[in-house]
Design a protein around this ligand. Structure first.
Ligand SMILES: [Zn+2]
Length: 72
């Protein structure tokens, strides 16, 4: 079962496409505490999901799926 985290609206609005190719989501995996990053290729889908449904799923490198819910 996916763990849940919250994702502040102002943070989503500040997410920009970086030069590095990955976006720092500024949240840590609830299992292994690894910082979660989303690839530049995937960020549009994540942000669209957050905007349309208020939630998105991030998968950690450890395999833990985490639901991030938009607040604010
Ligand atoms: Zn993890």
């Amino acid at each position: 079962m996916a763990r849940r985290m919250i994702f502040p609206l102002e943070r989503m609005n500040s997410v920009k496409h970086p030069r590095s190719g990955v976006i720092d989501m500024e949240v840590d995996c609830v299992i292994c505490r690894t910082r979660l990053y989303v690839s530049d290729a995937s960020i549009d889908a994540v942000l669209t999901s957050l905007r349309q449904t208020g939630a998105a799923i991030l998968i950690c490198t450890c395999g833990q799926a985490q639901v991030v819910r938009l607040i604010g």
